[in-house]
Write a protein that binds this ligand. Structure first.
Ligand code: NAD
Ligand code: MN
Length: 510
């Protein structure tokens, strides 16, 4: 397919089991951030379109078979969907590389294979025991009690542009696994892999109509229609803390269940006994994976004064050798940022860092190579002599900018690490695991990696303390976020069952 043919490919809205244009028949191009080329035209829904998708999901929940199926039946269907998606692994990886600017290595070795793994994990987990016993209750009467886990209902799911496929999986798979119905809104900049995923799922015809709906369009239109509709029971949002606050406010009018996965400014702490070779590369991986466009990126590196000069020198030496280039080149370490405005934001923060007095041990610039001229490329930046109260240490930049902070005593490092509004993740590097675990215990963050970074596993919970979010994704914790808890009490003593009535109320009636 030529570029112009690809760019003329139209993607519609998926509502109630059918693809259709938005009412206004508006489309917007979506681009390749490495080249600036349009990849496809994507339907722009309005609030009425979003409402139709919500109605379809409502109908599928209230009257359709999906929530009534046994966990085993749902699991069997989701496993078939996982198989279907697996067949398109290579195509999905190419799409992710083209639309999100992920490097070949990241898109082909991480985003899609890990996304598929996580989908399969939830497909298997779907066959879970919906019943949980409650400890034996003897007061006020003998009774048998149990808890039934039930789906919440219609879930509005809003995702960001940085990990489009993985974020779509983290939303759709656990929601469906627990028996909910879904309206998914992908990020406007990167809708293609989620659209293709839903196309592949739709082609299998395995899900009842209305169980899974996808609506593309502006966040403040489609997103708001989801957050405010009284027909939506839960909002699951991943994105910036700023928009997350807005989502929470909007959802408050109907007291929806809300889970939020928001921003971060994660600390990465080098202890003085760390194995330096591993810690150098680990710290670069922590911050520069996907150009720092990851919510959990290790953007604040705390280095003991005794190792500071040596460690910074080694860090800069290695970082200089990182390759900025086209994503499809297997040697590329840093591909493009997602957009021109994101590139300008990163450059603005570099200016801010310089003005605040941080030292640019490595200063990222736009590369001069002609083949990169139309993309949003910038080299990595390492600031040293950063103070933790500087804006570059407190605000999420979402780009390849590392702030290195010197510390004297470990307790100072821990205090500074926790001195942030965020609490998503953290790293600790030490040869002494006992010591590292003691540090990890004191960090106010949802995930702490010891001698590693970005290791997000299907089985382990992921999510934020403080303003990094509410709730957890992945693992059984992630699945249970999509369930309501129903307590069922079965009286075991008759005829004295309603004991309070006879003993306390009824005597007055005599
Ligand atoms: P964003 O907050 O700008 O947008 C996220 C989504 O919300 C998009 O789909 C957008 O269209 C939609 N949206 C925008 N305005 C809305 C509104 N008023 N109501 C409802 N929805 C609205 O975030 P982004 O720029 O796409 O992504 C980057 C951010 O996401 C970073 O802050 C990053 O840290 C965060 N993030 C967090 C996690 C996590 O798991 N904690 C994962 C990935 C990204
Ligand atoms: Mn944004």
């Amino acid at each position: 397919m030529s570029d112009s043919e690809t760019a003329s490919k139209l993607y519609n809205l998926y509502i109630g089991g059918a693809w259709r244009a938005g009412r206004a028949e508006r489309y917007a191009p979506t681009y390749n951030p490495a080249t600036g080329e349009a990849l496809a035209q994507v339907a722009q829904a309005d609030a009425d379109d979003a409402h139709e998708a919500i109605l379809a999901a409502r109908g599928a929940f209230d009257e359709g078979p999906w929530p009534q199926m046994t966990p085993a039946e749902r699991s069997r269907i989701l496993l078939q969907l996982a198989d279907a998606l697996q067949e398109y692994e290579a195509e999905l990886a190419d799409l992710e590389m083209a639309n999100a600017g992920c490097t070949w290595r990241k898109s082909h070795l991480l985003d899609i294979p890990v996304g598929l793994l996580h989908f399969r994990y939830f497909a298997e987990l779907a066959d879970f025991d919906m019943l949980e016993p409650v400890p034996q209750i003897t007061f006020p009467t003998l009774s048998y009690n149990f808890v039934r886990r039930e789906p919440i209902g219609v879930c509005g799911q809003i995702i960001p542009w940085n990990f489009p496929f993985l974020m779509a999986v983290w939303k759709i798979a656990p929601a469906l696994a627990a028996g909910n119905t879904v309206v998914l809104k992908p990020a406007s900049l990167t809708p293609l892999s989620a659209l293709r995923m839903v196309e592949i799922i739709a082609e299998t015809d395995l899900l009842p109509p209305g169980v899974l709906n996808l609506v593309t369009g502006p966040g403040d239109v489609v997103g708001q229609a989801l957050t405010q509709s009284p027909l939506v029971d839960k909002i699951a949002f991943t994105g910036s803390t700023e928009v997350g606050r807005e989502v929470m406010r909007q959802a408050a009018s109907t007291v929806k269940k809300v889970t939020l996965e928001l921003g971060g400014k994660s600390p990465n702490i080098l202890l003085d006994d760390a194995e330096l070779d591993i810690a150098v590369d680990g710290s670069l991986w922590a911050v520069f994976m996907h150009n720092g466009q990851a919510c959990e990126s290790g953007t604040r590196l705390f280095v003991p004064a005794s190792l500071y000069d040596e460690f910074v020198a080694r860090l800069v030496d290695r970082a200089r050798r990182l390759v900025v280039g086209l994503p499809e080149d297997g040697m590329t370490d840093l591909g493009p940022l997602i957009s021109r405005s994101q590139l300008e934001r990163v450059e603005r923060y570099i200016e801010i860092g310089l003005a605040e007095g941080a030292q640019p041990a490595l200063l990222g610039r736009r590369p001069s190579a002609p083949e990169l001229a139309c993309g949003h490329f910038i080299g990595p930046t390492i600031f040293t002599d950063v103070r933790n109260d500087m804006r570059i240490a407190q605000e999420e930049i979402f780009g390849p900018v590392l702030a290195v902070i010197r510390y004297e005593r470990l307790e100072d490092a821990i205090r500074m690490a926790n001195d942030t509004i965020y609490g998503l993740a953290a790293g600790v590097w030490s040869a002494d695991v006992d010591r590292a675990i003691k540090v990890a215990e004191q960090l106010r963050a949802g995930t702490v990696w010891i001698n590693d970074y970005h290791m997000i596993s299907a089985e382990a919970p992921f999510g934020g303390y403080k303003q990094s979010g509410i709730g957890r994704e992945l693992g059984t914790w992630g699945l249970l976020e999509y369930t309501e808890v129903k307590h069922i009490h079965v009286a075991l003593t008759r005829p004295r069952a309603a004991r309070f009535w006879y003993d306390i109320v009824a005597p007055r009636l005599d």
